[in-house]
Design a binder for this molecule. Sequence first.
Ligand code: J2J
Length: 546
Amino acid sequence: GTKDFDDAPGYPAEFAERYRAKGYWRGETFGQMLRDRAEKHPDRIAVVDPAGEGRRWTYAELDLRADRLAAGLLARGIGKGDRVVLQLPNVAEFFEVVFALFRIGALPVFALPAHRETEIRHFCAFTEAAAYVIADVAEGYDYRELATKVRAEVPTLKHVLVVGDPGEHTALADVPAEPVAIADAPRPHELAFLQLSGGSTGVPKLIPRTHDDYIYSLWGSNEICGVDEHSVFLCALPAAHNFPLSSPGTLGALYAGARVVLAPRPSPDVAFPLIEAEGVTLTGLVPPLALVWTEAAAATPHDLSSLEVLLVGGAKFSEEAARRVRPALGCTLQQVFGMAEGLVNYTRLDDPEDTIVTTQGRPISPDDEIRVVDDEDNDLPQGATGHLLTRGPYTIRGYWRAPEHNAGAFTADGFYRTGDVVRLTETGHLVVEGRAKDQINRGGEKVAAEEIENHILAHPSVHDVAVVSMPDAYLGERTCAYVVLREGAEPVKSIAVKKFVRERGLAAFKVPDRVEFVEAFPQTGIGKVSKKDLRAAIAARLRETA
Ligand code: J2J
């Protein structure tokens, strides 16, 4: 039968046994993994933080810091199973906190620096978080004020820990204590953290990942991406996102005993000097940034020759852009089509160039089960385009505390409905052809249409709204909100709708890029709003004005 965690469906016993027997699940935990690396090679550099006065932490130092912070957190009453919302930019402390939490079995909830009051309040309230960890100020934004507001609204939230100047909160630097033995250390099959879903619903769902399953995705990725102890991984995207965290990401690099270099921003002016100075061998980017890098590489004075692999994923990378990577950057392109729910596909480093530039790769594991189905869940013939369903040794069986949603998001036998529309090539590579979920992929940043619609509906002059994607040369897609005003309502300007959304305290990437006012929506045969027609209308409109 199914071994259920309290808050989410786990892997059925027969699957768990198979994943262990096949050696995918190694029975490791993150806490133990870091200890092991620190014992084997204490003096090797684990994390380089150029923003933090060029700090370089060895494996021994990271291990000791995690131990000391773990003890301090326990002393403050934060322990096994507690949720801790983590919202840090790319700083070394990100890893100190994450590994301290891993050690005591508290669950990090990986918020992004872009999230604002509405999202953070939801993460803290929904997870009944005991603590919230922030930076003081980053990119001109003061997270302490946000924390003050959220703390007043969420009764479980007892601790706000701040990297830097704490203001009215507690400095992270004041928490560490003398390391203690941890009585109830987490076990490999238990939850390690909650990751955020890109989502297509009103509020983002939380993704429960175990030590066993996630660590498999790390070493599996390392083998495919050629990561070993000599690798240097540049974390250019926000560290909390699943892609730079695990594909193979910072945690993959630490698993390998390699070096992680943190870029405070992903732009070439920041990243290129770091590549040269640190001898970076691989990094991951979303398609818009990969375009910027390929263009900037032509004129850069920096030596990028250490770069061996550029991973590009999070959104579809066009063949045209993909073909430019190797000539411009002198490295191998590796396309990656992944999801925080689990399944990750990579083109292989030795795939023919045509496969690398025209497909989004194939799964990490021989036991990743892939189905391509029609609208009624019937399997389609090989090569046909349809809905991607997947099940496997590092794909969740359900979201955290979401039984109703899970009933629709998974098949009865546990396949996750990715919402992606794909086709399989003869070599078993996946090509992403589109999307069935109601989401806008804004250059890798996911926007759930329903979430934005709910916010716009709160505007007193708005009668109805439909948020759709519109094509964009740089981001691939941007968001367009079609609005029907209430009868007799004063005219509203586009800019006022955008301002209204922004002031509700949402990540900036969720503010609609464009607002169109219409009298009524086109309808489907069964009287629902036809988003297909709206997408076609805005695309045509953009072509006319181009
Ligand atoms: C088209 N769509 C893609 C790609 C993701 C590695 C890489 C990416 C993510 C990620 C990740 C795509 N081409 N190459 O977690 O570990 C879209 C799909 C997918 C959704 C997942 C990783 N790569 N996508 O992007 O959870 O629609 O994870 O279902 O943010 O991004 O989004 P997310």
